[in-house]
Design a binder for this molecule. Structure first.
Ligand code: ZN
Ligand code: ZN
Ligand code: FE
Length: 327
């Protein structure tokens, strides 16, 4: 990238789909680094020593608390990329295969740290949504292998969340109950897609799964935000994640790549009809076979599922049970 290159960082509105696109060329300003260098290891410039987990500001973010002015366009709508991007370094251990290899206490420590960050960020005017997600595996495009997840604090409600909110509100108004509580009740009754249950959490492969090995984890209590969880619920969530992610990891001979995302209510406003949950998308269909979001999925927007969710749930449940017995 030449030195006169201009930093562009802005939100662009897609008027056809009615959603924002985050645009930023900041990564092209990144200085060259040897490929062996890990910015998340203890002793790196931003990490130092003596920590169990860390939340760092992403140095090459899509959103910033002091973004440049968006470009003006005669027709299209743009907006400021006002927000934050953080990296959650989950352990000092560079070679740890996945977070399920951490003790439950250490996973709980990470969740608590993210919860505290959300409490702090909620007070900021610009912060509309707090999206915590984890990309795992080079198949998902993860280049830094040191165990980490990410947080995007956005000035808008992400599209999928907006869709869930709309449907949950409609269901609430029509049936006077929570859509997610209802789904949990049905999945527990059906049993065939149930994966694991703890004191406070239920995991299942939903009836309407999109990805081959999709895991939804719901708190039994009707809560909207990560910040509403109790100490006990967080500890129990850590245990649940350890067990289901271990199950996904040993499902095939090589660890399965996955995406994990926290779905919760927007930071401000009344969303009592919503129910927070975690979604994990295991993207391998079978040994070495990736499921792609291709023509129908990306082009059309509807998923095809080349198996039967009940059968995949049973395969995954068997592995999850093995993991729970090792606990
Ligand atoms: Zn490292
Ligand atoms: Zn609910
Ligand atoms: Fe969801």
């Amino acid at each position: 990238m030449n030195k006169d290159a201009k930093l562009v960082m802005e939100l662009r509105w897609d008027p056809t789909l009615g959603e924002w696109v985050m645009v930023s060329n900041i990564r092209s300003f990144r200085p060259w680094q040897p490929t062996s260098f890990c910015p998340f290891c203890p002793g790196a410039p931003e990490t130092g020593y003596g920590w169990k987990a860390l939340i760092l500001e992403n140095r090459y973010p899509m959103l910033s608390y002091s973004p440049p002015e968006p470009q003006k366009h005669r027709f299209y709508k743009t907006s400021k990329s006002l927000g934050r991007c953080f990296v959650v370094v989950e352990t000092p251990q560079h070679d740890l295969e996945d977070i399920c290899d951490l003790p439950v206490e250490d996973i709980a420590y990470v969740i608590n740290m993210v919860k505290e960050k959300q409490e702090e960020i909620s007070k900021e005017d610009y912060a509309v949504y707090f999206l915590w997600f984890r990309n795992k595996g080079k198949e998902i495009g993860v280049s830094l292998t040191h165990p980490h997840s990410q947080i995007y604090v956005t000035p808008f409600i992400p599209t999928r969340i907006e869709r869930e909110l709309k449907n949950a509100e409609e269901f609430w108004n029509e049936n006077k109950e929570c859509l997610f509580c209802k789904i949990m009740e049905v999945e527990v009754e059906d049993r065939v897609r149930l994966l694991y249950a703890t004191e406070n959490w239920v995991s299942f492969l939903p009836f309407y799964a999109h990805w081959p090995f999709e895991i939804h984890t719901y708190p039994k209590r009707h809560v909207q935000l990560l910040t509403q969880l109790t100490e006990i619920e967080i500890h129990d969530l850590a245990k649940m994640l350890k067990i289901v992610l271990c199950g996904l990891k040993i499902l095939f001979s090589k660890p399965s790549p996955y995406i994990m995302v926290l779905h919760q209510a927007p930071l401000k406003g009344d969303y009592r009809y919503y129910h927070m949950h975690i979604e994990i998308y295991g993207i391998l269909r079978d040994e070495g076979k990736l499921k792609y979001a291709a023509g129908v999925e990306t082009g059309g927007g509807n998923f095809t599922y080349d198996a039967v969710p009940e059968e995949n749930a049973s395969r995954l449940r068997e592995k999850i049970l093995q993991c729970s017995l090792q606990q």
